[in-house]
Design a protein around this ligand. Structure first.
Ligand code: ADP
Length: 266
């Protein structure tokens, strides 16, 4: 947990941010943003100072998940330079690529545009002191991933996947990308989301709707930890849509995410 400096420039970026955690996935829709949002709120509830950058150009969901779809970050001047002031919700500072696009309009992002937005979120945003800055990346491997690793030293990456064959195959590509020598970002581990379903009336039963053991197999194949298994729970979906992360309510989902946050914080 060393302080962050750029690998390229002499001027350090984010000198007061201790850990930059990339949350990535191979496929879309596996729950990457859900994990990023709940992880951020869990870490904050444990007393850490946390920020989140939503860099998912294909489906920025942080504004919805944090119930600030209709808000806009402000801009202030520091030493004659304009800096973005992140919004703050549930103890988490946040900024989203979604704030730059009209909600009801499809904006087609070219790689360089999206990359320059991410750079601004990193370099021209008033993050202050943070223990964790979580980056919700787009699915797959893209310009955004390269920009991130070339702009700041990423402490580590968390790969989110479902146990399904098609998701695992793509997660494997994401994992391999972080491990490439020119990227060289430590993979902190895999989160298997939608791992199983337990009906309320059968609390001791686990139904492996998307298959069993996929996350574990992947973690063994790449020799990285399996950080957690998050069940499919209706309230996780509802709370995401309602802008109130599931981890804020007590119950099994809260435990799944707080366990994950504790494992990562170690
Ligand atoms: P991604 O960021 O990978 O595209 P999202 O986090 O947006 O995926 O999740 C996709 C959808 O699945 C959302 O509607 C979300 O609320 C829902 N979802 C994610 N994880 C779970 C879960 N463990 N149980 C139930 N619904 C989930």
């Amino acid at each position: 947990t060393s302080n962050v400096t750029t690998t390229r420039d002499s001027a350090p970026l984010l000198p007061n941010v201790k850990n930059i955690i990339a949350v990535a996935s191979g496929k879309g829709g596996v729950g990457k943003s859900t994990v990023a949002a709940n992880l951020a709120v869990s870490l904050s509830k444990e007393g850490a100072k946390v920020g989140i950058i939503d860099a998912d150009i294909y489906g920025p969901s942080v504004p919805t998940m944090f119930n600030c779809e209709h808000e806009q970050p402000s801009v202030k001047q520091v030493n004659g330079k304009n800096v973005i002031v992140p919004l703050e919700q549930y103890g988490v500072k946040l900024i989203s690529i979604g704030f730059l696009t009209p909600a009801d309009n499809a904006v087609i992002w070219r790689g360089p545009m999206a990359s320059s937005a991410l750079k601004q979120f990193i370099a021209d945003t008033d993050w202050g002191e943070l223990d964790y800055l979580i980056i919700d990346l787009p699915p797959g491997t893209s310009d955004i991933h390269l920009t991130l690793v070339q702009t700041v030293p990423v402490t580590g990456a968390v790969i989110v996947t479902t146990p399904q064959k098609v998701a695992l195959a793509d997660a494997q590509k994401g994992l391999a990308m972080f491990k490439q020598p020119q990227i060289n970002v430590p993979v902190l581990g895999i989160v298997e989301n939608m791992a199983y379903f337990t009906p309320e009336e059968l609390p001791n039963n686990k139904y492996y709707l998307f298959g069993e053991g996929g996350g574990l197999n992947l973690s063994e194949k790449f020799d990285v930890p399996l950080l957690g298994q998050i069940p499919i729970v209706q309230s996780i979906r509802e709370s995401g849509d309602n802008g109130y992360p599931a981890v804020m309510k007590e119950g099994i989902t809260q435990k799944a995410f707080t366990d994950l946050a504790e494992t990562l914080a170690r």
